[in-house]
Write a protein of this length. Structure first.
Length: 91
C-alpha cells in the first residue's frame, strides 16, 4: 500500500486558515512497511524541518488518495494532539 504525508501552510489571505503546500517539498513518500506511529513521527519531523505548519497522512497514489489521519499541527501554538490514529493503527 502507498502512503504519503501532505504538508500545509498558512493561507496568505486568511492566516487562521491552512492550505495544502505545493511542490516537491510539500509531500514525502512513506514506506508502507513501517508502523503508522513511525510514519507520524517522520512526518512531524519533516514538516517542522521544511517550515510547514501542519501535516496529514494519505493512503493511495497522488491521483486517487484519501486522508487517513486528522491534520496535525507542529507549532507550539497548535500542539500535536495525542492522536488515537497513531496507537490504533500501530502494527
Amino acid at each position: 500500500m502507498k502512503y504519503y504525508a501532505q504538508f500545509f501552510i498558512r493561507s496568505a489571505i486568511d492566516h487562521n486558515r491552512i492550505i495544502e503546500g505545493c511542490g516537491d517539498r510539500a509531500v514525502i513518500i512513506l514506506d508502507g512497511r513501517i508502523t503508522k506511529k513511525l510514519m507520524g513521527e517522520i512526518s512531524a519531523k519533516e514538516c517542522q524541518k521544511r517550515g510547514f505548519v501542519a501535516w496529514q497522512i494519505h493512503q493511495g497514489d497522488f491521483r486517487q488518495s484519501k486522508p487517513i489521519s486528522q491534520i496535525w499541527y507542529v507549532q507550539e501554538s497548535k500542539p500535536i494532539s495525542n492522536p488515537a490514529w497513531l496507537s490504533a493503527h500501530a502494527m
